[in-house]
Ligand binder design. Sequence first.
Ligand code: PLP
Ligand code: COI
Length: 366
Amino acid sequence: MDADSAPIAIELKPTSRPTSARDRAEVLRAPGFGTYFTDHMVVIEWEQGRGWYDGELRPYGSFTFDPAAAVVHYAQSIFEGYKAYRQPDGSIRTFRPDANGRRMQRSAYRMALPELPVETFVEAGDVLVRTDREWVPEGAGRTLYIRPYMFASETFLGVRPSQHVTFCCIASPAGSYFKDGVKPVSIWVTREFTRAAPGGTGAAKCAGNYAASLVAQREALRHGCEQVVFLDAVERRWVEELGGMNIFFVLADGTLVTPPTSGTILEGITRDSLIQLAKDDGRTVDERPVSLDEWRDGAASGAISEVFACGTAAVLTPIGRLCWDGGELDCAPSGEGPVTRGLREALVGIQTGTAPDTHGWLHQVC
Ligand code: PLP
Ligand code: COI
């Protein structure tokens, strides 16, 4: 085992002043998404030649860093997202954290960051959730969202991989990602901006991909849409994904179609899980390119009966209206379709422990 693959110890240094039960209950009543944070965080440092060191759980609080810290200049930064769910027996489990750990290693490789051992990645989340277990909300659609990330923390303005890196894991109680809960969202097709090019960073969960999506997201809002869908960068013809979600099409015969993740699309863990659940249900799943023309023609003719977006934060969200420069059409005239609903219920059933975990996806934390 080399220095970077051995598991790293995480020392516990908890706060002496945790949030009061009353204040926490107030937050958990309406957590929203990404606004409130638990009492602790896990931090692990890395240095070239030394590997990972100084793993600790400590009170949630600000970092101080030098104005010349590499990350704020060159965006060498990646992140992950997964969730902890309260189970009917009172235990708390996370969903496929090892898959997120492996994806973070792939992102790290692409961004010339060090790879954190998957075991340590999972342990960081476990230690945090165990310590802050009272922050895992109860109730339908309520979870604790776990956000591990890693950034270039070296003080240096030269353009090369940072020789000092910081890994951190924070957690945030979450309700619905969309303010209106499960309701079809409207989507704007951006033609001016693309998200990812072949050979680029589209398959990495790196900060810059999200920064680059914001102008298109703003364009969507200006056109009265909630989200933006990106087309491929070469032909501007093939549907790729949303800024923070993968996309699925349901054909009239029940087949599921989703674009292949061949380098420009994030390999979503929700996407992968839904492919498996759909196959378990006897459905055909085609991973193949879908053109914007196929989407427009199929939605108009009925050949495409449902379209939905999916991701950890968004779960499954039906796509209602599709808008582009020059037109719009309704993809979900009668609201959420039965296939979208069935898949969401199957996935959420496993995550919340009301359906059998047939694929061993849940990880018991406490
Ligand atoms: N695509 C992008 C660009 C994302 O940011 C996300 C969210 O993580 C997804 C897809 C869905 O991935 P996952 O299901 O692993 O959350
Ligand atoms: C997630 O679903 O976990 C994401 O990272 C999407 C978004 C919040 C950026």
